[in-house]
Design a protein around this ligand. Sequence first.
Ligand SMILES: [Ca+2]
Ligand SMILES: [Ca+2]
Length: 335
Amino acid sequence: MTGSAQAVSPARFLQGSGNSHFNGNPVTIQTTRSGSTYSLTDPTRPGLKCANAAGVVFTKPVDTWGNGQGTNLETACVDVMFGVQKFSDMLAQWLGRNGIDGAGNSYPARVGLNQLENQWNVSSVHFGHNQANTKQLVSLDMVTNEYGQIVFNTTGNGGGPAATPEGTALAESTGDIFGAMNEHYVNHPVALDEPDYTVGEEVNVYGAGPIRYMYNPSLAGHPNCYTSAPITDPSSAAGPQNHWFYLLAEGTNPPGKPASPVCWGPSTLTGLGIVKAGRIFYAGLQLKTYPWTHGKARAATVHAAKTLFGCAEVNATKAAWTAVNVSPQAGEVTC
Ligand SMILES: [Ca+2]
Ligand SMILES: [Ca+2]
């Protein structure tokens, strides 16, 4: 050992430049340098890194990434890193949550899955492609949907995938709600991926546009409102809670945004805005118990609205649940 400065080359925290497909060019993504090699490894959100389908993390000798093409997997990783980093920032700034798991940590991603869907396999998130094979499923809402379901699984007490069909539907909806919140947090212009309450509008998974419409789930053939009938398809059954969230955030007739029908009760609701609605939703999630149900979600969010805000918000939360046919619960807080 000479003790020279060359003996140790610590990892460096960097701001890389990406040419994304969905989020513009250039975008800034946090990367890592070790020696002369740059890596799509997040230096400040432990666990987040982006790899190919074989699990090899993307590395190169320069800190510029992607070519903007929808079929290019390095580009897909630019969109993944951007989306998860923004989601983590949104969770911190809007909801006061520390990381995806609430304890400062995130999770690894892989792109290049040869499926028409994204998958979470308990240790990493795998991203597929659309039916036309022209785009990877890595738009802001699709990335946030997967990582948002991890938030669901690491908040409160259970009720996630491999639990009940109703819990799985509420987990899927949680991913959609966080996806809409992240799009609003990033607030891209219309030329990119502007904020909305549709899911997958930028990736066009099956060639038929969005896979879910939060303001009116029936546009994709999904239920707008809760019923006690057994849930057979949790993706479709994300509809009622998605619809509740839209009514709570935006109301029935928001200026410049889609109108939203009600199934029950008063025909006109006024929204609280997406940040306030998101805070109520997330505080409700922290009260989650197993098995999680729409009725419990109603009671928990009503409780959260009173704890965080006041009677106007309690009443708005109740009205939005009633509008999607989730009835008042025993012991529900009052004003
Ligand atoms: Ca959008
Ligand atoms: Ca969207």
